[in-house]
Design a protein around this ligand. Structure first.
Ligand SMILES: Cc1ncc(C[n+]2csc(CCOP(=O)(O)OP(=O)(O)O)c2C)c(N)n1
Ligand SMILES: [Mg+2]
Length: 894
């Protein structure tokens, strides 16, 4: 990245009188009129220069030195000496945890070098900034760098919150008494970690929307006077993930001064340098500045201050700016002489400056991210800054303190075994009072309970409100059963009026929003698709959330459903960002634990752009114990017919299969939807189950029937008999339909009976996934208890007294049906939508994918033929009669 400092002194002598005069006048203005006037003057000069045709370089960068000068540095409030001793012990134990685990089993893995680089950044925060819960404040929310977790555990060990047993079982969670999870996992350590960060990049976007949601709660009076601060610690390599920087403009736009990013710029990622030929700190500075963030660079330790103080001509700053990161990494592993020659050797004045330092001094001058005074200064400025989020770009060394066992090496990231010699070196480096004999197996070290170190950190945490991290559930759930009213209308059907499940859903949502008890807790989230789903009436009903309110007169103000933005607006209209919307869903769906507020999110999106696009965030939502509803709109590969292959979703239900605590449904009727959502709210918000829902809704209109008797259990478990055979007599076929494909199934039932004398029952399958999970659980019990009478999976018990063939049709891939086939007491024909979609009419698409009423009919007839119950000619005749082209291309053809 080209920056404006590269030209300093390039072809003009900076010492010439002209430069000096300008500098001196600037100093004068600064002294007499302050920094604001200096800024004004420079801005005026820039405008003037441009008007004279001088092209100025893009100016989002500052020189490669600390943002806050030494004279603005506040005194350090803690004990440097004690904190240093504590850090040494934590560094040792964090390293020992990984080494010990890998002595036992080389396959366990773990990381030492990352914590070694971030240690001081964490420790200054633990001792002076991270606020725990207390005095009406719920505590800071902190997203820790995932693979630095050993350091967080090692601190909790000193604090007395974890035992040696825990540390010994790092990455061995299945050992007796449990162990510690590799990374921050709320699913695995629900009392400790709140935020899963192991999939890199996600913590940044989740933190931004978390900080915004904290404001939302306040603005909507769901929580008062308690906007929590959010800290996200990111790796510099991690910032390459699109999610990491993808939402930073939102944070600035929303003026989220409760948000602080700390980027641990150790210049390395897993394989090597992050920006060997450039400078990650400068690059990030430009990006964050451009987005409107308050940027604080913490590049150099105090050892450089005297040199920079003499750098009146900016030569040192220029040299610092022109060296690329790959070279800085080289300095880390080089001796003082090399650095002197290479770094200072380019200019006689620099060389002269360097004579103030010994070689050892040159080698050991610290980077800013290891200097607690500089870190403290940056954090203080960050928490005090108002009106914008802050990012701290802290330069560190990967593997700091590990010496030749990793410091600055390209292999540092994966260093997890350290031999005896290395342990001896580190023991001495960290002043750990263990003998050569004792350290062979890298034992943990904890000073006595009444030692100054332990007393110090406990006192610090007590003063700051308590231990961190700590996950607590402070809300007991909704106090009473939810009102029936929003659901009753949907149970009685539409009396012939044709509507879609999407329309039904929006109606229910609008009633839920008006509910006196839970209405205010509902959080509708849309990524610029409210109109697509017919939800625009809600804009006016509840308002779109905007902290700034509405600063303009909306163009449609004179209509009934105008675009109303309001500070207490309820809808989160996120714009075109599924990742951002999902991050909002996570913030709202975990508020029961993070805020003690039972907000109930409904995230309504194009089903195709859900699991496929942001599946990893959905996985994070799952392990974070998020509650709420993912509503996959315009679902079904043939039902969303005109939009073509990138919009038509025939797989999201399959992609949802692996998520253990996600209940998925593909309902056909209004009453099914009502039963599912009513039960979901009860299970999540009254019974406090850590589950969430994925429900697909469609845009096909048809009459919604009233709910038959006794089907509620079946709806929730995944299937029920919807319509028995039309003419009595023996039933030889069973037709399964889901969502609007149920209509094809019902039609096939009639065709089979009328045209072929085959009687069939129709079953509505609301969830193949629920049937499949239940089947797996039942099989497992049967496997482990051979002497007990085998239990039947729910699907088998539904079909227990049935006979014949089973035809299962969905608007999704056939794997859904296939997943339950082994629990069905007869041949299964699965019909679905495998292959790329097309734009065309629904009938054309259902013919193309071979899953309309004709194919369901043919599927039943053919299966009966194969079973020996019908003559092949009957199926052959049916093909002709129904005008099916047996030579047509397969929809799977590639
Ligand atoms: C999405 C994702 N991709 C890859 C990884 C594997 N991984 C873990 S740490 C790491 C390198 C991290 O580099 P950086 O962000 O610079 O952190 P550092 O360890 O240097 O502090 C990688 C590639 C991951 N955890 N998540
Ligand atoms: Mg890094």
């Amino acid at each position: 990245m080209q920056d404006q400092f590269s030209e300093i002194g390039s072809d003009i002598d900076p010492d010439i009188i002209e430069s000096r005069e300008w500098r001196e006048s600037l100093d004068y203005v600064l002294r007499h009129a302050g920094p604001k006037r200096v800024r004004q003057l420079i801005a005026e000069l820039q405008i003037h220069a441009r008007s004279q045709g001088v092209r100025l370089p893009f100016a989002e960068n500052t020189p490669y030195i600390n943002t806050i000068p030494p004279d603005k540095q506040p005194p350090y409030p803690g004990s440097h000496e004690l904190e240093q001793r504590v850090r040494n012990i934590i560094r040792w134990n964090a390293m020992a945890m990984v080494v010990r685990a890998n002595i036992k089993d080389k396959t366990l893995g773990g990381h030492i070098a990352t914590y070694a680089s971030v240690c001081n950044l964490y420790e200054v925060a633990f001792n002076h900034f991270f606020r725990g819960a207390g005095d009406g404040y719920d505590g800071d929310q902190i997203y820790f760098q995932p693979h630095a977790s050993p350091g967080v555990y090692a601190r909790a060990y000193l604090e007395g919150r974890l035992t040696e047993h825990h540390l010994n079982n790092f990455r061995q969670e299945l050992r007796p008494g449990g162990g510690l999870s590799s990374y921050p996992h709320p699913w695995l350590m629900p009392d400790f970690w709140s935020f899963p960060t192991a999939s890199m990049g996600l913590s940044a976007i989740m933190a931004i929307y978390q900080a915004r949601f904290n404001r939302y709660l306040e603005d909507r009076s769901l929580k008062e006077g308690n906007i929590r601060n959010v800290w996200a610690f990111l790796g510099d390599g991690e910032t390459d993930e699109p999610e990491a920087l993808g939402a930073i403009t939102l944070a600035a736009r929303e003026k989220l001064d409760n948000l602080i990013f700390v980027v641990n710029c150790n210049l390395q990622r897993l394989d090597g340098p992050v920006r060997g030929n450039g400078k990650i700190i400068q690059e990030l500075e430009a990006v964050f500045h451009g987005a409107g963030w308050h940027v604080i660079k913490v590049v150099w330790g105090s050892g450089w201050d005297p040199l920079l103080a003499q750098d009146h001509e900016g030569l040192l700053a220029k040299r610092m700016t022109e060296i690329v990161d790959g070279q800085y990494q080289k300095y880390t592993v080089s001796d003082g002489q090399y650095q002197r020659d290479h770094f200072f050797g380019t200019h006689p004045k620099l060389m002269e400056m360097s004579r103030l330092l010994t070689d050892e001094h040159v080698r050991t001058i610290r980077r800013g991210g290891h200097d607690t005074d500089k870190i403290y200064t940056a954090y203080k400025a960050a928490v005090e800054h108002q009106g914008a989020p802050t990012v701290i770009l802290a330069k560190t060394i990967k593997g700091y303190g590990m010496g030749e066992w990793g410091e600055g090496k390209n292999t540092a990231h994966q260093q997890k075994v350290i031999g005896e010699e290395g342990l001896r070196h580190l023991r001495t480096r960290f002043s750990i009072p263990l003998s050569d004999e004792e350290i062979k197996e890298a034992p943990f070290y904890r000073p006595p309970e009444d030692s100054p170190e332990i007393e110090y950190i406990k006192e610090r945490r007590a003063a700051l409100g308590g231990f961190i991290p700590s996950r607590q559930i402070v809300n007991p759930g909704l106090p009473k059963p939810i009102n029936e009213d929003p659901f009753t209308e949907l149970m009685t059907g539409t009396e012939g009026r044709e509507v879609s499940t999407t329309m039904v859903f929006v109606r229910m949502l609008s009633k839920l929003l008006r509910d006196p008890d839970i209405g205010k807790l509902i959080v509708p989230i849309v990524p610029d698709e409210a109109r697509t789903f017919g939800m625009d009436a809600l804009f006016r009903q509840c308002g779109i959330y905007s902290h700034a309110g509405q600063l303009y007169e909306p163009v449609d103000k004179d209509t009934l459903i105008y675009y109303k933005e309001a500070q207490d607006g309820q809808i989160l209209e996120e714009g075109i960002t599924e990742a951002g919307s999902l991050s909002s869903m996570i913030a709202a769906g975990t508020a029961y634990s993070t805020h003690g507020v039972n907000t109930i999110p409904f995230f309504i999106f194009y089903s195709m752009f859900g699991f496929q696009r942001v599946g990893d965030l959905i996985w994070a939502a799952a392990e974070m114990r998020t509650r709420g509803f993912l509503m996959g709109g315009t679902s079904g590969r043939t039902t969303l017919n005109g939009e073509g292959l990138q919009h038509q979703d025939g797989q999201s239900h399959l992609l949802a299969y692996p998520i253990p605590n996600l209940r998925t449904y593909d309902p056909a009727y209004a009453y099914e939807l009502a039963v599912i959502i009513r039960d979901g709210i009860k299970r999540m918000y009254i019974d406090q189950e850590d589950i969430f829902y994925y429900i697909t809704i469609q845009n096909d209109n048809y009459a919604m029937p009233a709910m038959p008797e006794g089907v509620e259990e079946g709806i929730l478990k995944g299937m029920y008999r919807l319509r028995s055979s039309l003419n009595g007599g023996p039933v030889t076929a069973h037709l399964f339909g889901s969502a609007c494909i149920i209509n094809e199934t019902l039609k096939a039932q009639e065709m089979l009976s009328t045209d072929y004398g085959v009687e069939a029952d129709v079953w509505s399958v609301t969830s193949y996934k629920q049937l499949w999970q239940d089947g797996l659980e039942t099989e497992r019990l049967n496997l482990l208890h051979p002497t007990k009478k085998a239990r039947l999976p729910y699907i088998s018990s539904c079909l227990k007294d049935t006979d014949g063939v089973y035809v299962m049709a969905t608007d999704y891939v056939k794997t859904l049906a296939d997943s339950v086939a082994r629990w069905v007491p007869g041949p299964v024909v699965s019909l679905g939508t495998d292959g790329f979609g097309r734009s065309d009419s629904r009938p054309a698409l259902r013919n193309f994918f071979e899953m309309d009423a004709r194919f369901i009919t043919l599927g039943a007839l053919n299966a009966l033929v194969r079973k020996g119950d019908l003559k092949p000619q009957i199926a052959q005749r049916a093909i002709r009669k129904m005008e099916i082209d047996p030579e047509k291309d397969s929809p799977l053809k590639v």
